[in-house]
Design a protein around this ligand. Structure first.
Ligand code: C2O
Ligand code: CU
Ligand code: CU
Length: 510
């Protein structure tokens, strides 16, 4: 069933209202519930999960330095909306089927409030996971202005909880950003891009078995999920009416597995001003933007003098990435901009020529280098699965950076997929990528480079929390650990990989 394109208007999630606001802190309550929502006008309403009764959840907007408390409340039914695989770590039959825990992706947060995958809780906090510590999470928001997002992070079912709808934007603002005179108000719009598939009755489709089914299991995790329909802010192929002026868009790939290479069919440039961790030093005009799952790009699109034009945002990234099927007419289409609104005011916003300093972390400042492989392996059901440093989730902790120390991580990809590797707590910088001899590495455990060091793409020259580690390459990232100590995680953000052992704890020690 192919749905018509550009028949529904793009929804813009409302900004969440605080439950209480004090001079020194703000308190929110956020409920997770199951409800029906129209994802396309030709489709029956779809049962989804969401925060505060909507999918995507309301946007949480905070000021840099603001102390924010959030009580995340699970009011979901006891039965999962999607097929749970009870053989996956953390989702065995000894735990309740529906569990949640919330992580603000990209935020620097004390460990008790970071949404540790085993800190889950059920409805009414009746049952909680072994690492659960408290009901109300605390966010100190010590980051600069940036585009973050909150989403579920429960061990073993993150892919299902996020696919069901548990995701929303979390924007941090600051004075530096305000002084730049960027497009704002109704001219600043977050765009959460996801792929899904639907059953005829409008319900969400998520496979029960991989292409090569596991006969002894009723439900088995799949190695990747590739949907045939693209949604933005929870609508299938929406359109947005715009004025002939500049707009700022916060692009987020919140898909399970799919990568996007986004372009405008008008051929015009996108002016990227920010990465995962906030504003870059200089804006860059680019024809295309690559976004792996969880990556963000802050862009300005200028519709000036384009009155009457329809502009389509397209995608030409293969799925899976980089060796999967090319995008088709459907998955190659994201949304449409219609320049049909009259200009309501003179556009005085700007694309700044310089946003602010962003000092490079010096390689010399690193006190520790870690060599970490990305591997594939076979589990006891004969399913291929991916590992970090050849270790499963519950192997003893090996990454234990010291508070305040700088480390360089070599991500040595021995698989044929690109993995978006995400590290909690900190932002890193990408040093370089470099081709190496995989077969030789597997035999001798030494890196033999076969090509020159490739600097990060212009789109990646800012603070990052998620990096594409390509096959046959060593990707090097550098980061300083702090300001908190304690237990965090790093993982692949392909959710099917994350749920199936491609996640590891790490601990920041004193
Ligand atoms: Cu977007 Cu560990 O998360
Ligand atoms: Cu994160
Ligand atoms: Cu992966």
């Amino acid at each position: 069933m192919i749905l018509s394109k550009f028949v529904d208007e793009l929804p813009i999630p409302p900004v969440l209202k605080p439950y209480r606001k004090h001079p020194y802190h703000t308190y929110y309550k956020v409920h997770m519930t199951e409800f029906k929502q129209s994802l396309h006008s030709e489709l029956n309403d779809t049962t989804v999960w969401g925060y505060e009764g909507r999918y995507p959840g309301p946007t949480i907007e905070v000021e840099s330095g603001e102390k924010v408390f959030v009580k995340w409340i699970n009011n979901l039914p006891a039965k999962h909306l999607l097929p749970v695989d009870y053989t996956v770590h953390g989702a065995h039959l000894d735990v309740p089927e529906v569990r949640t825990v919330v992580h603000v992706h990209g935020a620097s947060v004390e460990p008790e409030s970071d949404g540790y995958p085993e800190a889950w809780f059920t409805k009414g906090f009746k049952k909680v996971g072994p690492y659960y510590t408290k009901k109300v999470y605390r966010y100190d928001n010590c980051m600069r202005s940036c585009t973050l997002w909150y989403h579920d992070h429960t061990l073993g079912i993150t892919r299902l909880n996020i696919y069901a709808g548990l995701a929303g934007f979390y924007l941090v603002r600051d004075q530096q950003e305000r002084l730049l005179n960027l497009p704002c108000g109704s001219y600043e719009i977050p765009l959460m891009i996801q792929d899904k598939s639907f059953n005829k009755d409008g319900s969400l489709y998520y496979p029960r078995q991989p292409e090569k089914p596991v006969p002894e299991l009723k439900t088995s995790i799949v190695p990747e999920f590739i949907g045939d329909t693209i949604l933005v802010n929870g609508k299938v192929w929406p359109y947005l009416k715009v004025e002939p002026r500049k707009y700022r868009f916060r692009l987020l790939n919140a898909s399970n597995t799919r990568f996007y290479r986004l372009k405008l069919d008008s051929g015009q440039l996108l002016y990227q001003i920010g990465t995962d961790g906030g504003l870059m030093e200089y804006p860059i005009g680019v024809k295309e933007i690559m976004l792996a799952p969880a990556e963000r790009a802050d862009v300005i699109i200028d519709f000036t003098n384009l009155e009457g034009k329809n502009i389509i945002m397209t995608n030409d990234a293969p799925a899976s990435f980089p060796t999967g099927d090319p995008a088709d007419k459907n998955t190659g289409t994201v949304m449409q901009f219609r320049v049909t609104l009259p200009l309501s005011n003179i556009d005085t916003s700007v694309i700044p020529s310089y946003m602010g300093p962003l000092p490079k972390i010096k390689e010399k400042s690193a006190s520790k280098i870690r060599y970490l492989t990305l591997n594939d392996n076979m589990d006891k059901y004969g399913r291929e699965f991916m590992l970090l440093d050849n270790k499963q989730w519950d192997a003893p902790i090996t990454e234990n950076p010291k508070l305040g120390s700088t480390e360089i991580w070599y991500l040595i990809n021995l698989t044929t997929d690109t993995h978006p590797i995400h590290v909690h707590l900190i932002d890193f910088q990408i040093l370089d990528r470099r081709a190496f001899d995989v077969e030789r590495f597997k035999k001798e455990r030494v890196i033999h480079y076969t090509g020159p060091s490739i600097p990060p793409e212009p789109q990646e020259r800012g603070l990052k929390d998620t990096v594409r580690a390509n096959p046959n390459q060593v990707t090097r990232i550098i980061m300083k650990f702090g300001p908190y100590t304690g237990l965090y995680v790093w993982h692949c953000h392909i959710l099917e990989h994350e749920d199936h052992e491609m996640m590891r704890p790490f601990v920041v020690i004193r």
